[in-house]
Design a protein. Structure first.
Length: 564
């Protein structure tokens, strides 16, 4: 071989080395300058992993310490598709043991663009344990808490529910989410070259959520729900609502809705059934609203309970003629009898004496047309027509509970004020959070103590000899009022077949411990509050009086023997 050929080969080999070195240098510069961050993250993920440590959600208790909402241990199953060796086999095993669709699991296990996919969030621990014993490559587990409602359908519309991520989605679970949720922690898991964990470094300690204690009593709540279920079934009603209040403190002992639902199965429940109608829905109250007018004329000293009026069967108000519920001749009634017999003509006569402006003021004084401020999300303020928009016939409609819409909690708290010697107390569901003090509630005087006493005496007559005789509770004085209201129709008038029947009352009337409201939506077979709602009130009251404090002392023992 000549020297010239040898030099040419040496130069060619040198050029190849220079080119290879140049390519290697450019590649190294690109990897370090452009891809350094992504490769750094990849290397870090292979040797360490940041894991969120969920905080335990606080428990919700009733006033006696009975658990209404708790955290239950579960196992979340996840996968690293890059480490799965046989996706088809593993998908079949996972699907069989966790009762999942194998095809959907296979799709997750073959997605190698991701290093983490959820296979099953908050799976049953027993099923997850069977799967763990299989030792499938790429399948991992970590403990997680899921929300569980051990009383099932008890107060479900009040409690609401928390979702799969343990965040509140409805009811008190939603409004108290910040207190209940706590703060998640964070850990870094250090791995060896094979990906096995060798150390755990805590970067932030989880702070568990606080427990919440409600004013609800699970026994009173359970009984109220049972009575409502029977009432809805008996009258083939659309729904029913009951509220049990302590009139002195505003504490809600029961807030029941029928039909109810199991909060553990909330995704499968019709959303309409999940509403807490006692707070969010409105209805025209009918005759229970007459209390406002009577309270107004007594407080303004325009009449006394014994003031008498000559009342025809019907009365002309602007372009409307309004009559009493049952035909009668012209009669003379006292103010007390107007209320006890629930005379529409009498209530309108009193309202006209009071006048539109003062009537509006008294409606506002009782809290209608604005929220009560109860600690529950989504409260409605009701519907109250501003004074400047009243028509000529409004002075005839509104005093008898038409043309105005209220919520059950508004009506219950208004009557509770009369039972509480004229002092309104804001209703509340939450007693205290964590180790904090009991909630202090706002209160204000609506009527004088003297007027409240007069009204309670009139309301006792409603039950003793008026429209509410079926609300009698043997051994106890009951003060209450019936209500029967036709529901508005789509044409701007009132239905002749759809009604809301209601009764609201206090017991024992001599020193009220309970204020109970019952409303029944669209009963069939009967429509009157005194027939449909009053018996349900009596059942709830009788049970609660026997249960509270080992039994509330009767204040009218003479009625025990005389009442069947």
């Amino acid at each position: 071989m000549s020297a010239r050929v040898a030099n040419r080969r040496i130069r060619l080999l040198l050029a190849v080395f220079v080119l290879a070195f140049g390519v290697t240098f450019v590649r190294a510069a690109w990897l370090q300058g452009v891809r350094a961050a992504s490769f750094g993250r990849l290397a870090s993920s292979q040797h360490s992993e940041d894991v969120v440590v969920p905080a335990a959600r606080g428990t919700i208790y009733d006033r006696g310490g009975v658990q209404l909402a708790i955290g239950e241990q579960a196992q979340t199953v996840y996968a690293d598709p890059r480490r799965v060796t046989d996706p088809q086999r593993e998908a079949a095993i996972v699907g069989r043991l966790l009762r999942l669709d194998p095809n959907e699991v296979y799709r997750l296990l073959t997605d190698r663009t991701r290093g983490f996919v959820y296979v099953a969030r908050k799976a049953d621990p027993a099923k997850a344990a069977k799967l763990a014993r299989k030792g499938l490559p790429g399948i991992g587990f970590y403990p997680e808490e899921r929300r569980f409602y051990p009383q099932f359908n008890l107060a479900s519309q009040v409690l609401g529910y928390a979702g799969v991520d343990n965040r509140g989605l409805a009811g008190l679970e939603l409004s108290l989410d910040r207190e209940l949720a706590g703060q998640s922690g964070r850990e870094r898991i250090v791995k060896d070259a094979s990906g096995q964990a060798i150390d755990t470094v805590v970067s932030r300690v989880a702070r568990d959520g606080e427990d919440v204690y409600l004013t609800l009593d699970h026994t009173i709540q359970s009984n109220a729900q049972a009575v409502l279920r029977d009432t809805v079934r008996q009258w083939h009603a659309k729904s029913a609502t009951a509220i049990v209040l302590d009139p002195a403190t505003g504490a809600v002992r029961a807030m029941a809705i029928a039909p109810g639902f199991d909060a553990n199965s909330y995704p499968d429940v019709w959303r309409v059934l999940q509403r807490n109608r006692a707070v969010t829905d409105t209805f025209e109250p009918g005759s229970t609203f007459k209390l406002v007018t009577v309270a107004g004329v007594l407080s303004e000293r325009l009449v006394s309970p014994t003031t008498r009026f000559t009342l025809p069967y019907e009365i002309q108000v602007s372009d409307r003629r309004i009559h009493d519920a049952e035909p009668r001749g012209t009669e003379t009634m006292s103010v007390s009898e107007i209320l006890s017999r629930s005379s529409n003509v009498g209530a309108i006569t009193l309202a006209e004496r009071l006048g539109r402006h003062r009537l509006v003021q008294w409606i506002s004084r009782f809290g209608f047309g604005r929220k009560t401020g109860i600690d529950f999300p989504g409260e409605s303020q009701g519907i109250m027509l501003p004074e400047q928009h009243w028509s000529g016939s409004s002075i005839g409609n509104i005093p008898i509970g038409q043309g105005i819409a209220v919520t059950p909690i508004q009506m219950a708290s208004a009557y509770a004020a009369i039972a509480n010697r004229g002092v309104w107390v804001r209703p509340h569901l939450i007693d205290h959070v964590g180790d904090g003090a009991s909630v202090r509630t706002a209160r204000r005087r609506i009527v004088s103590r003297a007027v409240a006493t007069q009204l309670m005496a009139m309301l006792k007559n409603v039950v003793a000899e008026g429209t509410g005789t079926l609300a009698v509770v043997p051994g106890y004085q009951v003060a209450g009022k019936t209500g029967t209201a036709a529901k508005p129709d789509e044409h701007g008038g009132y239905s002749d077949s759809r009604y809301v029947a209601s009764f609201v009352g206090a017991v024992p009337a001599s020193r009220p411990r309970l204020l109970i409201l019952v409303s029944v939506d669209e009963p069939r077979g009967a429509i009157w509050g005194g027939v449909v709602a009053a018996p349900a009130f009596a059942q709830i009251a009788k049970f609660d009086l026997q249960y509270l404090d080992g039994g509330i002392q009767p204040d009218d023992p003479s009625t025990v023997a005389s009442t069947p």
